[in-house]
Design a protein around this ligand. Structure first.
Ligand SMILES: [Zn+2]
Length: 267
């Protein structure tokens, strides 16, 4: 079967007027209370007993999760040297919080090379690698699938910065003031860069957990059409207001409710 690679398109700058944007609300989820027995209440591949007592990791040691009622997904983030992903207190998966699952960030050494999380579970960890290449067009790429699939997901952090500067050249010398901003208000070079990195990580992560957006379409692959202000859109289309000259970049912080309902972690 031909391998299909998702390539996150970069920011496209369009000369458009402003349009009203609607933020979808995450669905409320009711879950049955779970004990600490030998059942898997949240169906993430780890029994309630293990989630109560600690999940043994294939690389040694164990991991204490935060609850048996919420699915756990283990994610390995491989930083480049030097890394453009800010360290603490920056949370690289901040934009994945509304997925309705717990993102557990682990080191690559915590699991064996095949990314199998625990000897007692079939769940594999997802791996996302920071790449400093500038010879690529896209800002992120992955082979869509489920966590047990391929681990080729990459985020190109220098390309992410370059795409921001293409949309707003004044970012390069920090002279934009408030003339270039995210829809959610971020306007400094650092905050825009951080938000866009978070968005691309969240986007590629989405492709690794079913993949989102689901289902696949030949036109959009696993994406929404642009304009919904969702993480899983095909690309980000910046707009310049003709009257004010202000460029607005719709870097979304949310997945669609249907994306959340379509998450698949296990084979
Ligand atoms: Zn994509």
């Amino acid at each position: 079967m031909r391998k299909r690679i998702d390539t996150r398109s970069a920011i496209i700058l369009g000369l458009l007027g402003f349009a009203a944007l609607l933020l979808p609300l995450a669905p409320t989820q009711a879950r049955a209370a779970a004990g600490c027995g030998d059942v898997d209440s949240d169906l993430d591949g780890f029994t309630d007993y293990l989630e109560c007592t600690g999940i043994p990791l294939t690389g040694g040691g164990s991991f204490q999760t935060t609850g048996q009622n919420v699915r756990d997904l283990f994610v390995i983030l491989v930083r480049a040297t030097p890394s453009n992903i800010p360290s603490s207190p920056f949370d690289p998966f901040a934009l994945a919080r509304n997925l309705g699952i717990n993102i557990q960030v682990i080191e690559a050494s915590a699991v064996t090379a095949d990314r199998l999380v625990s000897p007692t579970s079939i769940q594999k960890a997802v791996k996302i690698t920071e790449d400093l290449s500038t010879s690529v067009v896209e800002v992120g790429s992955s082979t869509p699938g489920i966590p047990s699939g391929r681990d080729e997901a990459k985020i190109y952090t220098i390309r992410i910065w370059q795409k921001l500067v293409e949309a707003c050249p004044c970012l390069a010398n920090n002279s934009c003031g408030t003339s270039c901003k995210a829809t959610s208000g971020e306007s400094t070079p650092a905050t825009l860069y951080q938000l866009y990195i978070q968005n691309v990580i969240a986007h590629e992560l989405g492709h690794l957990i079913r993949p989102l957006h689901y289902p696949y379409s030949s036109k959009l692959e696993n994406h929404y059409q642009e304009g919904k202000y969702l993480i899983m859109e095909r690309s980000i289309v910046a707009t310049r207001n003709r009257q004010t000259g202000v460029v607005t970049i719709p870097i979304s912080k949310v997945y669609g409710p249907e994306d959340i309902g379509n998450i698949k972690l296990l084979p």
